[in-house]
Design a protein around this ligand. Sequence first.
Ligand code: NAD
Length: 436
Amino acid sequence: MAPRLTVIGTGYLGATHAACMAKLGFEVLGVDVDPEKVATLQAGRLPFHEPDLADLLAEQVATGRLRFTTSIEEAATFGDVHFVCVGTPQRKGELAADLTHVDAAVDGLAAHVDRPCLIVGKSTVPVGTAARLAERLTDRAPDVELAWNPEFLREGHAVEDTLRPDRLVFGVRSATAEAMLREVYADLLDAGVPAIVTDFATAELVKVSANAFLATKISFINAMAEVCEAAGADVTQLGSALALDPRIGGRFLHAGLGFGGGCLPKDIRAFMARAGELGVDQALSFLREVDAINMRRRARMVDLAREQLGGSFIGKRVAVFGAAFKPHSDDIRDSPALTVAATIQLQGAQVTVHDPVANDNARKLHPGLGYEDTPELAADRAHLVLHLTEWPQFQALDPAELGEIVAERRIVDGRNALDPARWRAAGWTYRALGRP
Ligand code: NAD
């Protein structure tokens, strides 16, 4: 009989994983400590925005294969394989990751399991966490095995990435654990997805080093943008030329406002903190610079916006296009767009934000900013428009029509995603990071 699966923590990662595992034919029980989230999911509705996931969730809940509960006890007795997908946020006032949710999920399962089973960690954790948890399980629930199977999905492409990932990484200590993971992922493996079978520590490190590499690539091109600004060069042309070198490649090489979200910033910080604990902090000291370059882009954006307004935000209306940390998501965790919007408001501007899906989340975090349902309403009589999250609909805007609405035709493109020629042809002053 097919193993029964549980997913502990049904946020961006867990809700996606649960729905996709049900799609693969498994019976899946999702567990979360947030009763409102559980009620919404159990009603077949998605509590956040993720393309294709709402339909998949509704479809799978309707089959009866996918259910949700707040009871870890129910999950412990239901499942043969338990995927731990809880959050690992940055600890308050520190660089390190907060592992209390991971520990609580594993302890909760250990307290209630009544037969041999496999706990599979998917949350992003500091190297050494799985070994520590395995030891904890030896004392509390000796029949429970642990595996680490880090997750690489991208918000905005989560369903596709879960059903057709680039690779699967299995950190295991026994052939039984590997065999169980191969059974759960059989369809993906049959379709040719490569699996790397390794130890706990390597599996944990694959995830954090992948994020460190991607963050470094983004900060590299943003450092080049700083140099381009000083030298009068154009970082978009520089990036296009670099991208033609197959050793470099063009992905994650777009200069702009930098990275944010619930993963890259906290993951590189937790990685530095863990390296320090392991006595190899020098190996990752470059990540401090990667982080600093990234945060400097937000400050530079604020400065560039102020320059466009003649040196002061006082009494100016600024329209901000975008609030999510990236397009196709409503995730506003550590969003560069919102950091810039809130800073500008603090410096005296009246800021009105429009995001296609993230307005509600943004309003909860920054109730003092204005929010509008369309870019046109946000831009009404604005002295400056800032393009801060590269939703395709912003690229499709007609600069001439928008020009009729604003008080001044000035735009700063924080994502180097708009066509400067089109905006300039319609009478706009177009500025962007890293180019003249
Ligand atoms: P999230 O905050 O959206 O979801 C975490 C969920 O866990 C929340 O719903 C929370 O209520 C729940 N939770 C907390 N403690 C719990 C407990 N003891 N029992 C049951 N539920 C509990 O976070 P997320 O973005 O889904 O990330 C989860 C993990 O996955 C993190 O470690 C993250 O780094 C990693 N990850 C995320 C992504 C992504 O794109 N979001 C991609 C890869 C890896």
